[in-house]
Ligand binder design. Structure first.
Ligand SMILES: Cc1cc2nc3c(=O)[nH]c(=O)nc-3n(C[C@H](O)[C@H](O)[C@H](O)COP(=O)(O)OP(=O)(O)OC[C@H]3O[C@@H](n4cnc5c(N)ncnc54)[C@H](O)[C@@H]3O)c2cc1C
Length: 335
């Protein structure tokens, strides 16, 4: 097992000291936005792994003006910011997050012909159903992916050989400098489970998607098949964050990505467990929380899984799930 799991890393120079903004300033912010600001808010219920300590501040923005105000507050008090969608691709530190967690609760919807503009807070699967009901096809491949539209675009979520980036025309982004800008698909640097948005501090407010007036009956059938497939393969009751590691690059140019799950299966990863964190019995690349797992357990388990694959195949697995350390700034163990 590697000794340098990020949980044990010291905070970088300039990291905030725990714990958040002055209490009176936080109280004033909460009073201005009743029901939308929580102090010392547990994050575990906001993640699909059900793991993580409290956020100094958790702010739910229902409009772009609130996003701006919350970001300004974070700047004024030198707080790190975590943008939280559905929390389905995150592992939050057991110590929580010593900053401002911003949840963009933006669910506007507008349609011009085959182009849809949707707020970043739309639950992705609900948007798939909504666009189909609106007579548009294209998103059905994403049926059943948990989380929000914003999270899906930031990480270029995909499955069944498709990625959401293929449909994105542009994104409306609010930067930490308070300026709103439009980024077209070519600016967004989409790659396998990657986009430039992961390296930018901005908040996606809305996304323009180019869909099609296709065969909605066939698309609905495809949606039903994907949902059934997910129910068969993924944990239904146990908390998880989907595939923990990214698939590997193709062995030859133009080939298919190699499934990390196949290598993990071959090294017997399904037998591994650390505290209440275990590997799902039907899928060797999924870590589940069997009760009271902590982030520390998940990181140790993931390190053991990676180590076994490295030893046997000489291959370095790289996380898809993003670790959120208490002092801000994402970390992954490798890459
Ligand atoms: C059972 C299960 C199955 C899954 N299957 C798949 C799958 O088939 N394919 C796949 O790709 N993924 C899959 N995932 C992983 C996850 O659902 C996706 O990555 C999802 O798109 C993440 O969206 P989210 O809103 O939950 O993002 P979060 O987990 O909240 O955040 C992920 C990243 O996006 C950023 N982000 C979120 N919203 C915004 C925003 N508005 N502006 C800027 N940045 C933002 C966050 O800061 C963070 O860096 C699965 C997860 C689970 C639990």
């Amino acid at each position: 097992m590697r000794p340098d799991v990020p949980f044990d890393n010291p905070p970088p120079p300039g990291a905030p000291s725990p714990w958040g903004p002055p209490a009176d300033a936080a109280r004033r912010l909460a009073a201005r936005h009743p029901g939308r600001v929580a102090v010392n808010a547990p994050l575990a219920p906001w993640t699909t792994l059900r793991i993580g300590g409290p956020a100094a501040l958790l702010c739910r923005a229902s409009n772009p003006g609130q996003v701006t105000e919350f970001l300004e507050f974070a700047d004024r008090h030198a707080l790190p910011v975590l943008v939280l969608g559905g929390g389905s691709n995150l592992l939050v530190d057991d110590r929580g997050f010593a900053g401002l967690v911003l949840h963009p609760d933006l669910t506007g919807y507008a349609r011009e012909g085959e182009v849809v503009t949707a707020g970043a807070g739309w639950p992705l699967d609900r948007l798939v159903a909504h666009t189909l009901a609106d007579g548009l096809t294209g998103l059905e491949f994403a049926s059943g992916i948990p989380g929000t539209l914003g999270g899906a675009v930031a990480g270029n979520a995909g499955c069944y050989g498709r990625e959401i980036g293929e449909l994105v025309e542009s994104v409306t982004l609010l930067g930490r400098d308070g300026r709103t800008r439009q980024w077209g698909r070519d600016d967004l640097g989409f790659g396998y489970r990657r986009s430039r948005l992961q390296r930018d501090d901005g908040v996606i407010l809305a996304v323009r998607l180019r869909l099609a007036r296709g065969d909605t009956a066939a698309a609905a059938a495809e949606r039903a098949a994907h949902l059934a497939d997910r129910r068969r393969k993924h944990p239904v009751r146990l908390p998880c964050a989907g595939s923990y590691f990214r698939n590997l690059p193709p062995a030859a140019p133009g080939g298919r990505r190699r499934a990390a799950g196949a290598l993990l299966e071959a090294v017997g990863a399904k037998r591994l467990r650390c505290g209440d964190a275990g590997v799902y019995h039907k899928h060797a690349n999924i870590i589940v929380n069997r009760g009271r797992a902590r982030a520390r357990d998940v990181l140790r388990l993931a390190a053991a899984m990676r180590e076994k694959v490295r030893e046997r195949f000489g291959v370095e697995l790289c996380e898809e799930v993003r670790f959120v350390p208490w002092h801000g700034g994402f970390r992954t163990i490798s890459g």
